[in-house]
Ligand binder design. Structure first.
Ligand SMILES: C[C@](O)(CO)[C@H](O)COP(=O)(O)O
Length: 236
């Protein structure tokens, strides 16, 4: 079975708004609704889990009821996130197994709720590669040259051809994810900012699904303006 885990628990500090950025509106529609709609378009998902934290569950449910039909809402499950991204991922996996039991071929496609411009092709390739290799990650070849350094100076300029900007979806076989996660030390878990490193730390290479510039993460007021411009261009 295929599941989606939409991570909607961010607090949005870098946006500086009075509510988490996923609740902000772009082109008249909340960002989280744009993203959930993209997943609902895709009939491959047996359940789409929306992972929410804080006191935002009631507002989320209200929005879902306003924007989607009862039939669409039946394909969704709102679940509580954990203290951080890792715990939220684990909660999505646990919810899928609680509802549908465990199986060797369950795939979970995880996605940042604030990347509403993903495409069906990216989702399809994630499922295809994760089914074949156990894991898949969406990534964009670095456009800028990337420097590595400390707070004061850049110490290394790696070859740009080897650099990627990591995006989501990130997808995995649920059983393989659980085994890989169980092998990590507390320090490794604390250093995670995304899901595919869980496999990399276990010595597994992550097949790449080619990302798109448009699949950017709406994080700052500047990103919000770009997203607005992108939608108005599409509507013209
Ligand atoms: C997973 C991710 O989108 C890859 O770029 C990113 O690490 C998420 O970061 P956030 O701070 O949780 O938005």
């Amino acid at each position: 079975m295929n599941f989606a885990g939409i991570l909607a628990g961010g607090t949005g500090t870098r946006m500086g708004a009075d509510k988490p950025k996923q609740f902000l509106t772009v082109s008249g529609t909340p960002i989280l609704i744009h993203t959930v709609a993209k997943f609902l378009e895709n009939n491959t998902f047996d359940k789409i889990f929306i992972v929410i934290t804080g006191n935002w569950e009631a507002e989320l449910n209200e929005l879902l009821a306003k924007w989607f039909s009862a039939q669409q809402i039946e394909r969704l499950a709102v679940i509580k996130g954990g203290a951080d991204r890792n715990e939220s991922l684990l909660n999505a996996v646990a919810a899928a197994e609680e509802m549908f039991g465990s199986a060797s071929d369950h795939i979970m496609v995880t996605h940042d709720v604030v990347r509403p411009f993903l495409t069906n092709a990216i989702i399809a390739q994630n499922i295809e590669l994760a089914s074949e290799y156990g894991v898949a990650g969406t990534a964009l070849s670095a456009i800028d040259t990337i420097g590595v350094g400390n707070q004061h100076s850049i110490e290394v300029i790696p070859q740009r051809e080897t650099m990627y900007q990591v995006q989501t979806p990130q997808s995995f076989n649920i059983n393989k994810f659980k085994s890989a996660y169980a092998n990590l030390s507390d320090a490794e878990i604390a250093g995670l900012t995304e899901a595919t490193k869980i496999f990399i730390l276990n010595g597994v290479s992550v097949p790449i699904v080619r990302g798109l510039q448009q699949n950017f993460k709406i994080t700052t007021p500047f990103d919000l303006a770009i997203a607005e411009a992108f939608y108005s261009e599409k509507e013209e």
